[in-house]
Structure formats: structure tokens, C-alpha cells
Write a protein of this length. Structure first.
Length: 216
């Protein structure tokens, strides 16, 4: 199903204005916020495919850039920002706070979907905003990078990893042992880290949609 036409907006955080694409929910009052991975942006084709599936199930979605244009330009050469977990975690919290203040999203239930390093940002926000974050899904994520807060995550968390992404499976298993909330690890058969194999992202979309429907 093609994506709904998103509304472009600027999200004010404590240290930046971040561009985002917002689709309001169609059949319910839940919004899924996406945190992209290292070296990516809100235009990530993989995240947009999952977002389209969630929109088809009635969820709203917000895809936004964790880095400013200047930071992104620097990061392309130095990679100094993509693994700045305190920075992207703080910005994820700021976005959750902004949604609570903004008129058309203030009453919406919030779920978080994080990919790669964005999964760490999502889990930090879940730990720091337990009353605002209802559920978390990680795709090929690095939850281990948020290990210091994992025991404070209260939101039900789904960790999705490709079967052939063996090192990330190990890191997710380690992270799962620290999460006290409901937490499941799903392995997508035959998939590598980027889920580029035919049908792999469709599998991710089904798992994510089912998880958010179950917990939101």
C-alpha cells in the first residue's frame, strides 16, 4: 500500500530544529515515531516501507532527521555524530516531549521504532519517558548501546534481527537480558543486517504491526 501524503514540519528540540514527515492516524489514536540508523535519514527507504505498512493498519507515523543538515554533512566525512548516543537519545526524548505539546498530536499514544543506532535512541526515550512511550520495536538495532538504561525500560519491546546478522543477534540477546519489561527477540529467516533479501522487510512490517497492535 502506498504511503499517505505526509505533512512536512519542523520539530523544535533543545538544541536544533529537525525536519520531519508526519502522517496522522486514520483509524486509531496511536502514532509510531521512527528513529533512523547511523548514516541514514528520515528518507530511509526501509523505514518508509515499514511506515507504509503501519499506516495501512491505521497507525500514524512520524519520520524525522536525528541530525541537522550541518551535522549530517560533517558526519558523512567523519562519522562523529552517528554514534553520539547521548545526543540522539536526547533528541528522541525532545521529539516525544514536542509531540505532547503539539496540538494535533498531544492526545496520541506513542510507540517508537528504531533501526540500528536509532534503536538505542528509542530505548533511551522509552526509559526516560515511561508514561509517554507505550511500545518499542527495534529493527537490526543496537540496543546494547543503551545498556545503561535498559533496566528502566517499561515499554514492551520487540527486537527484530536478521538470521545472518550473527554479531547483532549476540548484541540483542545481551541487551534482552537487561530489559525487565516484556521483551521478545524475533529472528527473520535468511535476512542480513539491512533486510535487503526478498520478503525480509515485509516480514519486519508484519512483526512490527502485530506488536504495536498488541500493545497500543
Amino acid at each position: 500500500m502506498p504511503r499517505s501524503v505526509p505533512t512536512e514540519l519542523l520539530i523544535e528540540t533543545t538544541d536544533a530544529e529537525l525536519p520531519g514527515d508526519l502522517v496522522l492516524p486514520r483509524d486509531n489514536d496511536a502514532l509510531i515515531v521512527f528513529a533512523h540508523g547511523s548514516g541514514s535519514s528520515r528518507r530511509s527507504g526501509r523505514n518508509r516501507q515499514v511506515a507504509a505498512a503501519l499506516e495501512g493498519a491505521g497507525f500514524g507515523t512520524l519520520l524525522f532527521d536525528l541530525l541537522t543538515l550541518r551535522e549530517e554533512a560533517v558526519d558523512q566525512h567523519t562519522a562523529e555524530f552517528r554514534f553520539d548516543i547521548p545526543l540522539i537519545g536526547r533528541r528522541m526524548m525532545d521529539v516525544v516531549d514536542w509531540l505532547e505539546r503539539a496540538g494535533e498530536t498531544s492526545g496520541l499514544e506513542v510507540g517508537l521504532f528504531g533501526a540500528s543506532t536509532g534503536a538505542a535512541a528509542a530505548l533511551i526515550a522509552a526509559a526516560e519517558r515511561p508514561r509517554r512511550v507505550s511500545a518499542v520495536v527495534s529493527r537490526g538495532g543496537r540496543p546494547d548501546l543503551a545498556v545503561g538504561v535498559l533496566d528502566r525500560v517499561e515499554a514492551p519491546t520487540l527486537l527484530i534481527v536478521g538470521e545472518r546478522d550473527t554479531e547483532v543477534i549476540r548484541l540483542n540477546e545481551m541487551a534482552r537480558s537487561h530489559i525487565r519489561a516484556e521483551c521478545e527477540l524475533e529472528i527473520v529467516p535468511g535476512a542480513t543486517h539491512l533486510f535487503e533479501e526478498p520478503g525480509a522487510l515485509d516480514h519486519v512490517s508484519v512483526l512490527a504491526t502485530n506488536w504495536f497492535q498488541r500493545h497500543m
